[in-house]
Design a protein around this ligand. Structure first.
Ligand SMILES: Cc1ncc(COP(=O)(O)O)c(C=O)c1O
Length: 425
């Protein structure tokens, strides 16, 4: 066990050895010691209701007893093998049965990797290079995914703007960036480039912005028209929006889906799924050296992660799990609404019952640029006040979990009232 230090000690130690003082993910000023159910505690022992839930995976809450039992059963049998193992095979069977577009599955360790390979897979299958992505869409850290993820200046579509140093211009040249929720733009873009495009990659609900009715259907139809593969990045939405993910929830089936977060039960595990004819490109025996996409990874299909994921999915299959999750989400949204209406704030709650955010804008945002115009100063004051009142969340998203209790909700209501008062001042 590490010696207990104050949070200040840990923050100082982190500053010496970690660039930016942290892991790059989250506010480095807070160091989390432990999590139980829907609460986390920092190194000073301060407790928070957790709406970050590990950036999405901990849908069942921290330390769920049944998930822990599955992990403790697996651990003495071995941590990693770099070889096929029963938990990984059983989890693949379960995912393939659950996700409408899935015929086969390939494991990786992170959502970033899954998206990188999904793009490569589409290129291998179609023998084309161009990729359509949406401005503000998040698909991990590959060079392609870093295009127009969070641009601070508005370029003309479809020009791609890199959001990271170190990316060659040649990558931008193969990317076509489009505004989310604009079917007319997609139609005109593909009328020009359709026969050069390998894939359209999209978060079915982009960050927090839902697809407008029919938008995903237009992507499906346009992809079919030009022989393009439609990739749904369901790293966030998979097993969250419904057991079959956003594709089940919205009733639109993509060609390729990427999954992460929930399927590893809090351990590093992600996956690419598609029908077998597409997945064949991972199998040299089926497609030959020319069509083969080489893919391997030290921790892919890790048995501990697979055991945790398998048990998590079993729990999510039980009666009413998704109804309960959505009800919890609506209760949290309701708490925010009551508090903000009480101070006459102008805002919208944007997203889905299972993930959402309060956005301080006059108009409900439909795409990245409309989220960007939200009042940043008010957002920051609101989030700071929420943290002070015992809410742990990311600056841009609120994730309810199935572990939320009436006590957690009571604390949440008080916190939203405090935060609403803070922005009303
Ligand atoms: C939609 C989406 N895709 C991909 C990723 C990348 O996943 P990971 O952080 O596991 O690499 C994320 C991470 O938050 C995500 O939200």
């Amino acid at each position: 066990m590490l010696k207990i230090g104050t949070q200040e000690d840990w923050v100082a130690r982190a500053r010496a050895v970690l660039p930016g003082g942290g892991f790059g993910n989250f506010d480095p000023g807070i160091v989390i010691r432990e999590g139980q159910a829907a609460r986390v505690r920092d190194e000073d022992g301060r407790e928070y209701v957790d709406y970050l839930i590990g950036s999405g995976p901990m849908l069942l809450g921290h330390g769920h007893p049944e998930v822990m039992e599955a992990v403790f059963e697996q651990l003495p049998r071995g941590q990693t093998f770099f070889a096929s193992n029963a938990p990984g095979i059983a989890l693949a069977e379960e995912i393939v049965a659950a996700v409408p577009c899935a015929g086969q599955l390939r494991y990786v360790s992170s959502g970033s990797e899954a998206d990188m390979y999904a793009i490569r897979l589409a290129r291998a299958f179609t023998r084309r290079d161009k990729i359509v992505k949406f401005e503000g869409g998040y698909h991990g850290m590959s060079a392609e995914a870093q295009m127009s993820l969070a641009p601070t200046r508005a370029a003309n579509f479809p020009q791609a703007i890199p959001d990271s140093a170190g990316i060659p211009d040649s990558v931008a040249a193969e990317m076509l960036v489009a505004p989310f929720n604009d079917p007319a733009y997609i139609r005109s873009l593909l009328a020009e480039y359709g026969d050069q495009v390998a894939a359209i990659i999209v978060e079915p609900l982009q960050r927090i912005v839902p697809p407008e009715p029919g938008f995903l259907g237009v992507l499906r139809a346009e992809a079919d028209r030009y022989g393009i593969l439609l990739i749904f990045d369901e790293v966030v939405t998979g097993f969250r929006f419904a057991y079959g993910g956003a594709q089940e929830h919205y009733g639109v089936t993509p060609d390729i889906t990427t999954l992460g977060k929930i399927i590893g039960g809090g351990f590093p595990l992600a996956a690419i799924v598609a029908r077998t004819g597409i997945m064949a490109h991972f199998d040299k025996a089926r497609v030959g050296a020319e069509g083969w996409l080489m893919q391997l990874g030290t921790l892919s299909g890790n048995p501990v992660a697979a055991a945790a994921g398998l048990k998590s999915l079993e729990i999510l299959r039980r009666d009413g799990a998704y109804d309960r999750l959505r009800q919890r989400g609506r209760q949290v949204m309701d708490a925010a609404t009551k508090a903000l209406d009480g101070v006459g704030a102008r805002y919208h709650i944007v997203g889905d019952d299972t993930l959402f955010e309060v956005v301080f804008t006059d108009r409900r945002p439909r795409d990245y640029r409309e989220v960007l115009v939200a009042n940043a100063e008010k957002t920051s004051r609101f989030n700071t006040a929420l943290r002070q009142a015992g809410i742990f969340k990311s600056p841009g998203k609120t994730y309810p979990s199935l572990a939320l209790t009436e006590d957690d909700l009571a604390l949440t209501r008080t916190a939203y009232r405090a935060a609403a008062a803070a922005i009303a001042e």
